[in-house]
Design a protein around this ligand. Structure first.
Ligand code: SF4
Length: 90
């Protein structure tokens, strides 16, 4: 159990280069209807943006701005990927 807990708490390698570690994390979790502009600006200049977005998509992150995308945008991206995978199989 301890090994599992430690693994879950260890940051993923790309996170050491994340620009969001340099700013207030609150901007990545705006209130409902609030602006995500500040977070998106940080993400736009982040060198691990692609990895961050993949991580969020793969882990179905439901809250906050990841890789410059909102929850709604990630839901749409996951649906598009699922549709493409279905088309490729059929
Ligand atoms: S792209 Fe991801 S890692 Fe980079 S600043 Fe945005 S939330 Fe942080």
């Amino acid at each position: 159990m301890q090994r599992i807990t430690n693994k879950l708490l260890q940051p993923v390698e790309w996170q050491t280069d994340a620009r969001c570690t340099e700013v207030d994390p609150e901007i990545f979790f705006p209130e409902r209807g609030g602006s995500s502009k500040a977070a998106r600006q940080v993400c736009a200049n982040c060198q691990v943006r692609d990895q961050c977005l993949e991580y969020a998509l793969n882990n179905k992150e439901q809250f906050g701005i990841w890789g410059g995308t909102s929850e709604r945008e990630r839901r749409r991206l996951r649906k598009e990927r699922a549709r493409r995978q279905l088309r490729a199989v059929s």
